[in-house]
Design a protein around this ligand. Structure first.
Ligand code: ZN
Length: 230
């Protein structure tokens, strides 16, 4: 059983790294952003509330996210373990989590604020076929059009400078104390998020004493991050 939390500012590439681990070790990738996104797209009452908060640059409230995590982990489909992504993102959530669950490690992917701005502002998505693009890493032939269906590409409403700045400030003041708590418990491994994705993956596996990559991953670091700015 391998139970991990993956942490880092939005745009650090943790979605890509979580997927590479998940695929090779049969882990379940529990992405809080995906669960929240489902609520927004399904127009649930919770979704409407979250959508408004995110538009204002806020995060989903603790009790909402803690309930979501508890409900999700109660579905015991993680025979080989899980990677939790987008939770915990503050000290109370981290304390709640450590009281209820035990984990093997926290994977922390470090990138500078400059890199975050550059990566996040380069994101585009196709509203029609839901494909994600990035003008730096996963460039469409025409920067304005979807390669697959030809629709005009969009920018997510929370991928603007003000919202990014608000999320970075949130991360520094709220999420880093959670990371510090894990660090004091000697659970954290640190990797450099500016390396190519396959090198980051190699570092993670070495630090976690996992078997090396079965194949060299060639997936581009598509910056697909939760809407709530993990
Ligand atoms: Zn498309």
């Amino acid at each position: 059983m391998q139970k991990y939390v993956i942490m880092g500012v939005q745009g650090c590439g943790k979605g890509t790294q979580a997927k590479l681990l998940k695929d090779d070790f049969d882990l379940v990738h529990i992405c809080v952003g995906d669960i929240l996104r489902w609520h927004i797209q399904s127009h649930t009452k919770l979704g409407a509330r979250i959508k408004r908060l995110i538009a204002e640059g806020h995060l989903a409230p603790d009790e909402v996210v803690e309930d979501l995590i508890q409900d999700r982990l109660a579905i015991h489909d993680w025979n080989f373990g899980f990677i939790l992504d987008g939770f915990p993102r503050n000290l109370p959530q981290a304390r709640f989590f450590l009281e209820s669950y035990d984990i093997d490690a926290v994977i922390h992917i470090a990138v500078s604020d400059e890199v975050v701005f550059e990566r996040v502002l380069a994101r585009r998505f196709c509203g029609r076929c839901k494909l994600d693009y990035n003008l730096i890493y996963h460039r469409p032939v025409n920067p304005e059009l979807c390669d697959v269906c030809g629709s005009k590409l969009n920018i997510r409403m929370d991928d603007n400078e003000d919202a990014i700045r608000a999320r970075l400030a949130d991360y520094r003041t709220k999420t880093e104390p959670a990371l510090d708590l894990f660090r004091r418990k000697e659970l954290v491994i640190d990797v450099d998020g500016t390396l190519p994705p396959n090198e980051i993956q190699t570092q993670i596996r070495r630090l976690l004493n996992l078997s090396p990559c079965s194949s060299v991953p060639n997936a581009p670091p598509v910056a697909k991050e939760p809407v709530s700015g993990a």
